[in-house]
Design a protein around this ligand. Structure first.
Ligand code: TXA
Ligand code: MG
Length: 312
């Protein structure tokens, strides 16, 4: 059966459930980016994620659960503050790193005593998880180090003939990966910026989140992430972008400017598609304008910095 539907876009949640139960991978839509999912209780299926992505096996995966009530199956020693975050922001684009229970297999955490968990809000994946009656683990559905997919076609473009069944849930509304907070010790640390910001967390829960120690526990912290093939140069405003373009546009260099959008939601939503499009159009240098360093702009700038670093 998997040979018939693998690599095809589908809207059938039932087919996705049966693929996962058979130990196969399925690309799933979330509100952040598409994920490459395996059923959390199947270690062999989990190992397929690493080989398909080309991801080192010590890079831990995020567990996706159907509802907050499932949290204690996978995590223990959950502090009142961590529970408060889950209750306030789930379902939604927030991942919590917590002490793991023995139910979490070693393949998921890369041998760590902690596990990253989130409860996604995309209605298709919520229904999938409810029907499955199990959790899935899912990294972004791209080859390791590349730009995360924000629509079903991106997954197919990236994984090609190796693509599993792709459950098509339309374009991801947010377009950037979830915020990751390490709640395994106090004070909580921000490991990856996303649509939920430290200041929103403070406003809603009065929990202080400090900057992560930058020890690359989150693979998104590595330089080689969110990378298009073209060179990315960062500037602060459009005028600098135009000056940089003029200085580079001699010869046959194909230079493009990626303008910052005043509406940060729109900028985040379209950012990865713009990076992909630059490669499709064989752009040599993409000059990207930074966002203001607040709100969603923090996450946008973090991804732009990684994209720029990776070209070195
Ligand atoms: O929005 C998202 O989070 C997407 C969608 C598909 O849910 N998933 C995603 O997964 O971005 P991935 O594998 O691309 O990124 C997972 C991040 C990595 O940076 C990984 O190092 C970090 O989560 N992570 C997982 N477990 C961890 C742990 N125990 N401690 C610290 N970081 C962890
Ligand atoms: Mg990723």
């Amino acid at each position: 059966m998997s040979n018939i539907i693998a690599g095809h876009l589908s809207s059938s949640i039932d087919s996705a459930v049966s693929e996962l139960r058979s130990g196969n991978l399925v690309a799933i839509p979330t509100e952040t980016v598409y994920g490459l999912a395996a059923i959390a209780s199947n270690r062999l299926a989990i190992s397929k994620i690493f080989s398909l992505k080309g991801r080192p096996t010590n890079h831990p995966l995020i567990l996706h659960i159907a509802e907050i009530g499932d949290l204690e199956v996978w995590a223990k020693n959950i502090s009142t503050s961590a529970m408060n975050l889950a209750k306030t922001f789930w379902p939604g684009p927030l991942t919590l790193v917590l002490d793991r229970t023995s139910k979490v297999s070693v393949e998921v955490t890369g041998g760590r005593e902690t596990v990253a968990i989130r409860c996604p809000s995309h209605p298709v994946t919520r229904e999938l998880l409810k029907k499955l009656s199990d959790a899935v683990v899912a990294p972004s559905a791209n080859r390791f180090g590349r730009v995360s997919p924000t629509c079903a076609q991106h997954v197919l473009d990236d994984l090609g003939v190796d693509a599993p069944l792709i459950l098509d849930g339309g374009e991801c509304t947010i377009g950037l990966e979830s915020t990751i907070i390490d709640c395994s010790s106090e004070p909580f640390q921000l490991l990856r910026s996303g649509a939920i910001t430290a200041s929103q967390i403070w406003d809603a829960c009065e929990i202080k989140i400090i900057a992560g120690s930058g020890d690359s526990r989150a693979s998104g912290m590595l330089n080689k992430h969110y990378a298009p093939r073209c060179r990315v140069v960062l500037v602060d405003d459009l005028l600098s972008a135009q000056k940089t373009r003029n200085s580079l546009s001699t010869g046959h260099t194909n230079v493009r400017i990626l303008e910052a959008q005043d509406d940060l939601v729109t900028y985040a939503h379209s950012l990865y598609a713009s990076l992909r499009q630059a490669d499709i159009d064989e752009v040599d240098v993409l000059i990207a304008v930074r966002s203001p360093q607040s709100g969603l702009g923090i996450a946008i700038n973090e991804r732009l910095e990684k994209a720029a670093n990776s070209a070195d």
